[in-house]
Write a new protein. Structure first.
Length: 272
């Protein structure tokens, strides 16, 4: 029997899901990645890219190109000579224009990389949506957030071997699934709210092996927070081999199968 509550849940989820897919399919979004190149101090050229690129010092990347190369650097305009940019560790990279493509210059700890974002990437042009589990009320839990006395910077590994990320853990969220207590370390959201990055018994089978993320609203003053696992999403690395996603914090593995939210996406780039 369909209830008003379940209808409202599905309607709100569908609107959220539609917006999520629109965001993924943006011309220079995560589905547009076609290459990942790690830089060093030596000026180098890369396939399908004009100019030369190198790490100049601990904080800057240097780009050298002629006007004919058509490279547009933020703050410089069309480049004819040399320019520098200073990406911030863990933050979105600096986007440099090359025709209808964007080159993202990203910093990860003390390393720098170029990520090429091309609207004609197969992962974008062949995108037909993200597979999901059915929306069910059983996956909406009343959670409780317990803040740490002080937020702490933790270290997690990445999908790229040898790379690490350093997110901020702010506390723990506890909730129940089918009567079984669960607890996850909560990371600070990008602008607000909490980020629950976890693996579960579906990871590596029906969902991406590197885990998924659920973003929640800010907890109420008494610590209550809604944990709606129907809105669990894949990280960018589930869609492309050119991402550098973090892995979940130690201990953030649920023994149950969370058959909610996004499933493993189709990978047309791996079907060739």
């Amino acid at each position: 029997m369909t209830t008003v509550e379940s209808t409202d849940l599905a309607t709100a989820w569908q609107q959220w899901h539609d917006e999520r897919e629109q965001m993924l399919a943006e011309p220079h979004g995560w589905l547009s990645l076609t290459a990942l190149h790690w830089l060093d101090e030596h000026p180098a050229q890369y396939p399908d890219l004009p100019g030369t690129w190198r790490v100049r010092d601990a904080d800057t990347v240097e780009i050298t190109a002629s006007a004919a190369d058509g490279i547009d650097v933020p703050g410089h305009g069309p480049l004819d000579g040399t320019a520098t940019v200073s990406p911030v560790d863990g933050a979105p990279g600096v986007l440099v224009g090359v025709g209808d493509r964007k080159v993202e210059i990203a910093r990860r700890t003390d390393s720098y990389a170029l990520r090429l974002r091309d609207p004609q990437a197969l992962t974008r042009t062949a995108f037909t949506g993200v597979p999901t589990f059915p929306v069910e009320g059983r996956w909406v839990a009343a959670g409780h957030f317990t803040a740490y006395p002080q937020a702490r910077r933790i270290t997690v590994d990445a999908v790229v071997e040898g790379l690490q990320h350093f997110p901020t853990a702010v506390g723990e969220v506890s909730f129940e699934l089918d009567g079984t207590p669960q607890t996850l370390v909560a990371l600070a959201g990008k602008e607000s709210g909490l980020s629950l990055h976890f693996r579960d018994a579906t990871s590596g089978t029906s969902t991406y092996g590197g885990g998924r993320i659920l973003r929640t609203a800010d907890p109420a003053s008494d610590g209550t927070v809604t944990v709606d696992l129907n809105r669990t999403v894949n990280l960018p690395c589930a869609f492309t081999e050119h991402a550098t996603c973090p892995l979940p914090p130690t201990g953030n593995t649920l023994a149950v199968a969370v058959e909610a939210g996004e499933r493993s996406p189709l990978r047309p780039d791996l079907e060739r």
